[in-house]
Ligand binder design. Sequence first.
Ligand SMILES: Nc1nc2c(c(=O)[nH]1)N[C@H]1C(S)=C(S)[C@@H](COP(=O)(O)OP(=O)(O)OC[C@H]3O[C@@H](n4cnc5c(N)ncnc54)[C@H](O)[C@@H]3O)O[C@H]1N2
Ligand code: MOO
Length: 402
Amino acid sequence: MVVVSNSLTAVAAHRERIAELVGVTGTAELPVADCLGLVLALDLVAPVALPPFDNSAMDGYAVRAADVAAVPVALPVTDDIPAGRAASTPLEPGTAQRIMTGAPLPAGADAVVQVEWTDGGTSSVRVDRGVPAGANVRRAADDVAVGTTVLVAGTVLGPAQLGLAAALGFGSLPVRRRPRVLVLSTGSELVGPGEVLAPGQIYESNGVMLAAAVREAGGEAELLRFVPDDVAAFRAAVEPRLAAFDLLLTSGGVSAGAYEVVKDAFTGRGVEFTRVAMQPGGPQGAGRYLGVAVATLPGNPVSAQVSFEVFIRPALRAAMGHAVVQRPTVVAKLSSPLTSPAGRTQFRRGRYDPASGQVVTPVGGPGSHLLSALALSDCLIEVPEDVTELAAGADVLVRFLH
Ligand SMILES: Nc1nc2c(c(=O)[nH]1)N[C@H]1C(S)=C(S)[C@@H](COP(=O)(O)OP(=O)(O)OC[C@H]3O[C@@H](n4cnc5c(N)ncnc54)[C@H](O)[C@@H]3O)O[C@H]1N2
Ligand code: MOO
């Protein structure tokens, strides 16, 4: 692990460590409807053509273009072809067949006259405007030929990709499965919603926040809350569950206090604790416990969420096979001056306003308990390790939170 001065671990080194621990999830065959946002694990090859047959692009009349070269002309209507049914008879010269959008073109027809250019007749039709051969006809395989690789492995499946898979008849797709994360909050002071706060107690918030962050990143989260500051209780709560998960994500219990349950439970058992050169989010731990990846985040709510953004989200995205694992960034002008601790990357919370010349405004101070400021923010302002002061108007890197 790369370590920077005064024995702090570099942010990038800790990020790599977490990504390496989480690794890449396996492949699963999932129903197409459940694949939104997932990454295709294998190339998708078309088992059918799109369209599968020549068909009409318009409601109208299937004709031979030569028969409507001179208009107006009256043609007997010999068949009626709704979508979903094939023509029962080939089109004879000098006749028309009424046809609906998407219905198969009868043999012998080479064009469709849209209904607006006719009198709409059912036994005989008067065609008022001629069409060239091929008009309003969608040819078989116009879009996709059988055997074409339509989507390559690594494609992120959005609505259009899922629509294409469905159009080709796929009911399920091979994808990288979602990483499963057990989110665990520790702290004897934590109580749940609806309970009356006794002196010294607070409502638990990190679990809800981190589980939501896991889901937003594309993972599956299970929340385990309100574990007391007791090593035996902690291990008893965690151990029976671990095998079902790709990552155990804890918050709290890792700094220098007398009751650091996470640190006490994992020290010397495969998890290393360190201080990362960042603020907030200094105290971090990473490793493997009973074979499962573990990341321990600090308990202060803003520290926990910023740590998630910096370390956990990229690892989960990489685990799912995403090529782009980082949020988008932009360089913006700082609206007001900032100070930052020497030797640490500071992640201040901010609001970005593209309208006023790409200005970013810090929201709240640097305190890692300022959760409401985080909730009002849409980005992190990243101040490099070697920068301790920034004037208003300085260029800063903005990392979006959405
Ligand atoms: N002597 C030192 N004290 C502290 C240091 C240090 O280096 N030396 N580091 C500080 C920093 S920085 C951080 S960050 C915190 C990290 O502490 P822990 O990870 O051990 O977290 P806790 O002590 O359990 O809690 C910190 C704070 O956050 C609240 N918290 C914790 N879990 C939750 C939760 N699930 N929901 C809501 N709030 C939570 C907790 O009540 C505390 O107020 O340590 C500093 N101290
Ligand atoms: O590094 Mo701590 O995470 O600021 O509150």
